[in-house]
Design a protein. Structure first.
Length: 405
């Protein structure tokens, strides 16, 4: 049994409730798709699981400067309310003013990028509207799509010809039209051609939504800002939980749209505001973003040499950015491979279906600016040897324990 059965004495309906849950969980276990919470330890040679791309959480000097300038006697730790009821603290208002100055548009701070993504879709679009979404867009986007009741048209991943084909076919028969893309994709580690997206958006009288969760920090203030395209993108979401080394989300949008969300956006209205102390850290990171070029240069160098080494070792990947995806195939083999790598001192997590499409279970390696070059090259050497042994064994008789010898 995966889990202990329910306590005796439960009513018939409650017993049935827990029995059905238990059966489903056991089925996930059989499919090698069961999830558990694990504590991340600090004893790894390299940590490939973190999205802290600029290594701000481990930068003692960077954190010390923040703490030294923080007045704990005046800084509330909790927001203690929604932004409409008492949680709209000065820190949040000042943060939005600073964001507005950089982007020359209005902003709205959320407690999570998940809520920010879903809110735009659910608040502005409904039955009678159409949304074109990349097949690999984040779950928060798909939750918003389902809740909105819009016509959903999925286009092939970063396939601009397929997107245009679908725009030609469907756009004119619907009222509002939105195209949604991410900048850097978290599972495949590739990047959108934003200029081309803007061109299609204008050609087919649509709006454009850009999720910048994995590009904020890595590309400064994000891809749209870097390419001077903020005016062309109707909605930009900056996720603060990756390159921002924090949590939360920022929407960059028109002032009218901002006001509409404040009045109609349920996930904004009925959610506790971000805490002032967390917002103070987010302000600090945002303000210092231009001064972190040395970290971005280090990350880009690591990326360049890493891809070169992977190519030399014939390790295939579809990725091009700081996220490197190496497809293994099925869930079980992917789990076993990640366990071997952890035993060797490398924190690597398996990415399993249904998070990724069937047959594309993978290990996902994220590069961070603090990584040691020699250790990274040694990892690739070891990875090559393990992958060679895997491919030499018949798929139906794989015993990855051999790789540990």
């Amino acid at each position: 049994m995966l889990l202990k059965p329910s306590k005796p004495g439960l009513s018939r309906s409650r017993k049935m409730f827990y029995r059905e849950l238990l059966e489903e969980l056991e089925d996930l276990k059989r499919q090698s798709n069961y999830r558990e919470l694990k504590v991340v330890e600090d004893s790894y040679i390299l940590d490939f699981s973190s999205n802290d791309y600029l290594d701000l959480n481990s930068d003692k000097n960077f954190k010390k400067k923040f703490i030294d300038n923080l007045d704990f006697n005046k800084m509330p730790f909790g927001s203690c309310g929604s932004r409409l009821l008492g949680g709209n603290h000065r820190e949040i208002r000042c943060f939005e003013d600073e964001i507005d100055e950089v982007f020359k548009k209005k902003s709205l701070v959320f407690g999570s990028g998940y809520d920010a993504n879903a809110t735009v879709i659910e608040t502005f679009y409904s039955k009678g509207d159409i949304i074109f979404t990349d097949r690999y867009n984040h779950a928060s986007i798909y939750d918003g799509l389902i809740n909105s009741g819009v016509k959903i048209v999925r286009y092939k991943h970063l396939d601009y010809l397929d997107l245009e084909k679908k725009l030609k076919k469907y756009r004119n028969t619907w009222k509002r039209s939105l195209i949604i893309t991410e900048s850097i994709y978290s599972m495949d580690g590739d990047i959108v051609d934003l200029d081309r997206m803007v061109s299609l958006k204008n050609k087919y009288d649509s709006q454009l939504y850009l999720d910048e969760a994995h590009s904020y920090g890595v590309l400064g203030y994000g891809l749209a800002h870097t390419k001077s395209l903020t005016e062309e993108v109707d909605f930009i979401m900056l996720g603060l939980g990756k390159g921002g080394s924090s949590n939360g989300g920022i929407l960059i949008l028109d002032n009218i749209a901002r006001s509409y969300i404040i009045n109609r956006g349920r996930k904004f209205i009925y959610t506790t505001a971000p805490s002032p102390i967390q917002t103070s850290w987010n302000r600090y990171v945002f303000k210092n973003m231009p001064s972190l070029d040395h970290k971005r240069k280090k990350l880009n160098l690591l990326k360049k040499l890493c891809y070169k080494k992977l190519k030399e070792k014939n390790i295939e990947t579809v990725s091009t950015e700081q996220i490197i995806s190496i497809i293994i195939g099925d869930n079980k083999r992917c789990i076993e491979l990640s366990e071997i790598l952890r035993k060797k001192g490398y924190l690597v997590y398996p990415i399993k279906e249904p998070t990724v499409p069937k047959g594309t279970a993978r290990i996902r390696l994220t590069l961070t600016a603090d990584m040691d070059m020699e250790k990274l090259m040694m990892f690739i050497e070891r990875l090559e040897k393990i992958l060679i042994r895997i491919t030499q064994v018949n798929t139906n008789k794989v015993n990855l324990e051999l790789c540990e010898k």
